[in-house]
Design a protein around this ligand. Sequence first.
Ligand SMILES: [Zn+2]
Length: 304
Amino acid sequence: MKEITYSFKEAEKCCFCGAEKQAFKVLGKRMNVPQGYSPNKKIGISTTIIKCKNCGLIFSNPMPIPEKISDHYGIPAEDYWKPEYFIIPEGYSHNLIQWLEKLYPPKENTKILDIGAGIGKLMVAFQRNNYDVYGLEPSEPFYKKAIEKTGISSEKLILTTIEDYEFEPEQFDVIILAAVLEHLYYPNDVIKKLMVGLKPGGLIFIEVPHSKWLISRILNAFYKIKGLDYVTNLSPMHSPFHLFEFSLQSFEQNAKINNYEILDYTYYVCDTFMPKILNPLLIPFMKYTKTGMELAIWLRKPSG
Ligand SMILES: [Zn+2]
């Protein structure tokens, strides 16, 4: 196993809604390796997983913070870059673009910022729809591939983390964080910052792991029946390094701190990770009970 040095930081307050420690409920332990059905037989270390009763945020407490962030997000091997990875089909992210157009009718020079742009696929999709698109990407290999292979202009994509980026006030109409917020150690600080960079009436789109996902609940119940105090939520010390799971309530509480409005949201079922034979039952049930794997939500800054 790769050697990583962590510091473990205990939270005094909920880092998303600011609730005091009394609101913390212990869900169980989470190991630094995939747990499988018998985590008690695995070798590893674990942290405690907490749910904030005020906002439903699920997080690791203490939070393991790697000495070097590159220990988590290393350089992908050259064989990671398969040619088909760079193909951006016509209609890529069509649903998201349509959803945006419904909520924020297109106008001249609508400026979009994609945070964690990767190789720039979403940037290209928005560009094809005549948006003025910018991106931030913290990983140098992804940044380079975006410019070399996807043809993104180096003036439009900046090699930086969101934490290090300085916004000019009221710069963007729309800011996108797809599969990003759950990786950031201080998500409320980042939302605060985005609110500065957003124009009045502008939107933030966020896609995050959902804390009420049915499949985690089933697995957690399975652990409980076996008499184990493990939970499957999050992966603070192994890939994909999810530090948080959010619910609608998380954003309703966070909205009070950052003064935004929740404009619209939905849940994506995604993969059930269960035997395929169960999918015809599980998928409609998850849709109906709003217990899909991901929450997609639009936040709006007040118009002024
Ligand atoms: Zn909270």
